[in-house]
Design a protein around this ligand. Structure first.
Ligand SMILES: NC(=O)c1ccc[n+]([C@@H]2O[C@H](COP(=O)([O-])OP(=O)(O)OC[C@H]3O[C@@H](n4cnc5c(N)ncnc54)[C@H](O)[C@@H]3O)[C@@H](O)[C@H]2O)c1
Length: 237
């Protein structure tokens, strides 16, 4: 598989290592110092692009590759208010797009556990809350993973109607507390408390490798595919 890497920071470099170890080739690396070269990525030289940049650059990068009819696997967070624009462009161009707020297998199991637990906790009198901890260079808050967890909880538990990224005394609001601590790859806790006890589920990433492995698996899955896909399609959940 010939892969274009857009974004060559912590994730881009971790992904490059797994690609090369798996016998894939890198057709092009685009980073902040050669952004204009993204237009050189075409179906003739690249099977799929893996895009991990930043909230403010992700949308333009994704659109540029889809416009050139190159399928994209993106993991950038903080741009999802434009998701439907990308879906429309992907369908118009007849190419492929894969997005996950978190590519690790463990987190995707955790997403399902969170939905099940939210269902079970309905009407039992517990108050829920979330905590996410990431390294200090993370640009967006709350994390994309925390937003996916919050949406999964709210969709399955009638006690909460919306999330807020601050402490809240309103019982209908799900509070997400974001902490930034040096070199933490990603920790997410979902907690239910009552007067008598606390139930907490927690996912702690030990490194970026789990995210990078998932992104490479998604890229392998996307070769030759048309349409919009997610981890549910890849993992058959
Ligand atoms: N979905 C997941 O599983 C997952 C996991 C980890 C990180 N992330 C997200 O992925 C993104 C990247 O994370 P990171 O830790 O690698 O960040 P990073 O800051 O280490 O790397 C980002 C890289 O993108 C480059 N860049 C910025 N603008 C660009 C542009 N217009 N074109 C090309 N390159 C550009 C920067 O120079 C930098 O090298 C963030 O949004 C982060 O939240 C997602």
């Amino acid at each position: 598989m010939k892969v274009g890497l857009v974004g060559y920071g912590k994730m881009g470099q971790a992904i490059e290592k797994i690609l090369l170890d798996s016998g894939h080739t890198i057709s092009k690396i685009v980073n902040i110092d050669n952004t204009e070269e993204i237009g050189e990525i075409t179906p003739e030289n690249t099977d799929v692009v893996i895009e991990f940049t930043a909230p403010e650059s992700a949308l333009d990068n994704i659109k540029s590759c889809l416009t050139n009819k190159v399928p994209v696997v993106s993991g950038s967070t903080g741009w999802l208010e434009h998701y439907s624009e990308v879906v429309d462009l992907c369908n118009q161009q007849g190419t492929g797009f894969f997005y996950a707020s978190n590519y690790s297998l463990g987190v995707n199991i955790f997403f399902k556990l969170n939905e099940q637990l939210a269902k079970m906790m309905n009407g039992l009198g517990y108050d829920s809350s979330m905590l996410e901890i990431h390294h200090t260079q993370k640009l967006d808050a709350p994390s994309g993973t925390a937003i996916t967890l919050a949406e999964g909880l709210i969709a399955n538990n009638e006690a909460k109607s919306n999330w807020v990224n601050k402490p809240s005394d309103n019982p209908k609001e799900l509070e997400i507390i974001s902490e930034r601590v040096d070199s933490v790859p990603g920790t997410h806790d979902v907690t239910y408390s009552s007067e008598v006890d606390t139930i907490k589920i927690s996912h702690v990433a030990h490194s970026r490798e789990g995210f990078a492995q998932g992104a490479v698996r998604a890229a392998e899955f996307m070769v030759g595919k048309v349409g919009v896909y997610s981890m549910d399609d890849l993992l058959n959940f």
